[in-house]
Design a protein around this ligand. Structure first.
Ligand SMILES: NC(=O)C1=CN([C@@H]2O[C@H](COP(=O)(O)OP(=O)(O)OC[C@H]3O[C@@H](n4cnc5c(N)ncnc54)[C@H](OP(=O)(O)O)[C@@H]3O)[C@@H](O)[C@H]2O)C=CC1
Ligand SMILES: O=C1O[C@H](COP(=O)(O)O)[C@@H](O)[C@H](O)[C@H]1O
Length: 493
């Protein structure tokens, strides 16, 4: 990990500058870095796409997108957009890269960026390989500054396509120059998993099969597919959420302690954890995975009648699964994961359910309690309200001896939340600083795809009975049965 000075020097070339992601997330993130002083005098943003915009039109668009997130204090909008430029560019036309290279070189001189170049691909993934090849063949790589590539998801649609894409990228960029975005890794509480585990003896000493009964990861959304139906119908929840976000969260929960807290060591441990994730046979896949598709609700069509969705679509909008790790630490401990659209709420959380005491001595007490001891649960709240809680058993106040659950809670204050950068801001900053801790390595991505491909293959060869869940619930009944089979239940029902 190379940490540069706090002020970043670079020309950022953005492919897909007129796109939705750029407007909603990327310009506001860069502006926030500017307001906080991480970007100051020595940077420039060069937006590109086919639209024939001038620099001025681009600046007006950037201004419009940052207006939505912050007021203009002390002329900060003007100061920021003076660093923003635009070059009309068709990524499939090699000749266009010559002009792009000239513009980058001019900006390097103008802003003293020490020839550091960061390329950000915020475009349809089918263009990623072409852009990388042209960057190399048309001589856009810097000889004496850094060259980095930030690449948007999805990284392939299965293992083979991801491998091919990786091959194309690594013909131009080394693995340590590639920053594969997974915005979950930019979330405050996902990053907090390591602090909670490795910074607390009280937690890490219990973090194994001797004390943990099961771990549950829930990424619940209350919205449908909205305007992204065209993309989503080709993807489904397995590719859209499980292969990337869920696997990344699970890897952080399951990994061994890194030797040091560096990007290389952390990514290595996450990769090892994913390597120890049991790859299911088709029979095991069918038994351990549940899929769902939402039905019509009070305020929504059923999925198959959403605009842009095939009326006979078998794309899943819900996935629940039981994962197992073949490692000493996790022997016999299931990780139950689930995600879906149009569920009961918008929240992301991890529930670590501990084993009960081997002996419930209170059941023999004179005033024997009616309520059995509960399992302790450590909950990591990722969204929307970052924090964590620990549910313990405590004596109920009063005569007799009855136990009841008592909860220790910690939530981020409004002040802390205000200090917490948005995922894209954090990740942009990390890439500019050369810190790849919170980006997925090729090894992690490869293992995640190999795991998911088996499930996809099984599902693609069977006709599910869809729709099978009601909007506003936590998914199909089979997801509850998945745990009930093991004598367990979801912490959030
Ligand atoms: N939008 C979102 O919420 C999210 C998006 N992503 C990912 O981010 C990436 C971008 O998504 P999004 O912004 O939504 O996509 P959009 O479709 O909104 O934007 C695509 C961009 O590509 C440009 N473009 C298309 N063809 C060419 C070409 N031949 N040469 C140069 N530019 C071209 C378009 O501009 P023009 O037409 O002017 O050429 C436009 O700027 C994708 O990989 C997506 O999966 C990931 C998570 C969320
Ligand atoms: O990557 C994606 O994530 C969002 C959910 O992200 P969150 O930060 O709001 O939890 C999801 O809606 C989208 O389908 C998926 O592509």
């Amino acid at each position: 990990m190379t940490i540069l000075s706090t002020e970043i020097k670079a020309v950022i070339t953005l492919f897909g500058a007129t796109g939705d992601l750029a407007k909603r997330k990327l310009y506001p993130s860069l502006f926030n870095l500017f307001r906080k002083g991480f970007l100051a005098d020595n940077f420039a943003l060069l937006g590109t796409s086919r639209s024939a915009w001038s620099d001025e039109e681009f600046q007006a668009n950037v201004r419009e997108s940052i207006q939505k997130i912050a007021e203009d204090k002390d002329g900060q909008y003007d100061a920021f957009v003076k660093h923003c430029f635009y070059q009309p560019h068709d990524v499939t036309n090699p000749e266009h890269y010559d002009k792009l290279n000239d513009r980058i070189a001019d900006l390097e001189t103008k802003f003293g960026t020490e020839n550091n170049r960061l390329f950000y691909m915020s475009m349809a993934p089918r263009f990623f390989g072409t852009i990388a090849a042209n960057i190399k063949s048309q001589g856009l790589l810097s000889d004496d500054g850094f060259n980095r590539l930030v690449i948007e998801k999805p990284f392939g649609r299965d293992f083979e396509s991801a491998k091919q894409l990786n091959k194309e990228l690594t013909e131009t960029f080394d693995e340590n120059q590639i920053y594969r975005i997974d915005h979950y890794l930019g979330k405050e509480m996902v990053q907090n998993i390591s602090a909670l585990r490795f910074g607390n003896t009280a937690i890490e000493s219990l973090w194994n099969h001797r004390y943990i009964d099961n771990i549950q990861v829930t990424l619940s959304e209350d919205m449908g597919v909205e305007e992204r139906a065209g993309y989503y119908d080709q993807s489904g929840a397995l590719r859209d959420m499980v292969q990337n976000h869920i696997m990344q969260v699970v890897a952080q929960l399951a990994m061994e302690q890194p030797l040091t807290f560096t990007d290389q060591e952390i990514r290595e441990e996450k990769a090892k954890a994913l390597r120890s994730l049991r790859k299911y046979t088709p029979q095991e896949a069918a038994a351990n995975f549940v899929r769902g598709q939402y039905a019509a609700g009070d305020n929504n069509n059923d999925y198959r009648h959403e605009d842009g969705v095939d009326p006979e679509s078998i794309t899943e909008t819900y996935v629940a699964a039981k994962l197992s790790f073949d490692s000493e630490r996790w022997a016999g401990v299931p990780f139950y994961v689930r995600t879906g659209k149009l569920l009961a709420g918008k929240f992301t959380r991890v529930d670590v359910v501990f084993k009960k005491p081997l002996l419930d001595i209170f059941s023999n007490a004179a005033n024997s309690h009616e309520q059995k001891l509960n399992q302790n649960v450590l909950t990591i709240y990722i969204d929307p309200k970052p924090g964590f809680s620990l549910t313990l058993n405590a004596k109920k106040v009063g005569q007799g001896y009855t136990t009841e659950p008592a909860m220790l809670e910690f939530f981020h204050s409004d002040e802390q939340k205000a200090l917490s950068p948005e995922p894209y801001e954090r990740l942009f900053h990390d890439a500019l600083e050369g810190n790849s801790t919170n980006f997925a390595s090729w090894s992690e991505i490869a293992d995640a795809w190999q795991f998911v491909d088996v499930i996809r293959d099984v599902w693609d060869h069977e006709s599910p009975e869809f729709p099978n869940y009601t909007p506003g619930t936590m998914g199909p009944k089979e997801a509850d049965e998945l745990l009930a089979r093991d004598g367990r239940e979801w912490v959030v029902k």
